[in-house]
Design a protein around this ligand. Structure first.
Ligand code: GLN
Length: 255
């Protein structure tokens, strides 16, 4: 059988790349490579045309409010193609600023940033403090807890959508609902930076599996990898935070 191949599109890494979101790309590549799956990464700068029909997995990273404003117009231009990609089962991992931009809008202190409107969710800037802390979740997509770090001013209302996880420690979507992120078709939107995928290998494999299944039209069983170190690190974070209550820091921090 020919070697399987995935094409990963990294959207606007110059503008949307906070706290090591790029590490997610490295992790996807590495876990593909260990299984002899070829992974090609295409980085798109703001003026590059994007042919979504060539992509199997899309990463949209986090960004400051200012950077989100800068990509807004571009996103409106690619909106229909992006929507079609998602509706046809295209795999997307969208982090923080990127997650907010998949929704209808993000209301900031400097006005509204229109989102792609691909998922029916909305974000408003919190009036008091940013939600900054480590975070631990329970997610239907992973047998291990999902661990990461969050730093956002926005409070997201996912309405009737499915959350990515239930918060065990941290704030999540809005600091109140007890839920974090969203799952919509083959899209995961989440506030977890960190980077997310090296810390949570099952989530990484979930994305790879979904992307391969869509591309090759068959059920894929991924070869198991030796994740002892990842599991140990994950367990350490889980033990450190479980049962504790997060107190988001009340500080003005630039994101
Ligand atoms: N600027 C957005 C917020 O503060 C997203 C931040 C981020 O991507 N870390 O909510």
């Amino acid at each position: 059988m020919d070697k399987r191949k995935l094409t990963i599109g990294h959207l606007y890494p110059d503008l949307l790349n906070l706290y090591g979101d790029r590490g997610n790309i490295q992790c996807l590549k590495k876990r593909c490579q260990w299984r002899e799956i070829e992974a090609e990464v295409i980085c798109y700068e703001i003026d590059d045309p994007i042919d979504f029909s060539k992509l199997d997995l899309v990463l949209l990273g986090g960004g400051s409010d200012r950077e989100q404003m800068l990509v807004r117009d571009k996103l409106q231009e690619i909106r229909e193609d992006f929507r079609e990609y998602v509706e046809s089962g295209g795999v997307v991992i969208a982090i923080c600023g990127g997650y907010q931009l998949l929704g209808n809008y993000y209301d900031t202190e400097d006005g509204r940033i229109e989102g792609l409107g691909i998922i029916d969710l909305e974000t408003e800037r919190g009036k008091d403090y940013r939600l900054i802390d480590n975070i631990v979740l329970e997610s239907e997509l992973s047998s291990m807890p999902v661990v990461g770090f969050e730093n956002h001013g926005g409070r997201t209302n996912i309405k009737n959508n499915r959350p990515f996880g239930k918060v065990i420690y941290g704030s999540g979507n809005d600091g109140k609902s007890g839920y974090e992120g969203v799952i919509y078709k083959n899209v995961i939107g989440t506030y977890l930076h960190g980077p997310l995928l090296p810390k949570n290998p099952e989530i990484c494999d979930y994305l790879i599996k979904k992307a391969l299944e869509r591309k090759y039209g068959e059920t894929i069983e991924l070869k198991k990898l030796d994740d002892r170190e990842e599991k140990e690190a994950n367990e350490y974070i889980y033990q450190r935070f479980k049962g504790k209550v997060s107190k988001p820091q009340n500080q003005e921090q630039l994101v």
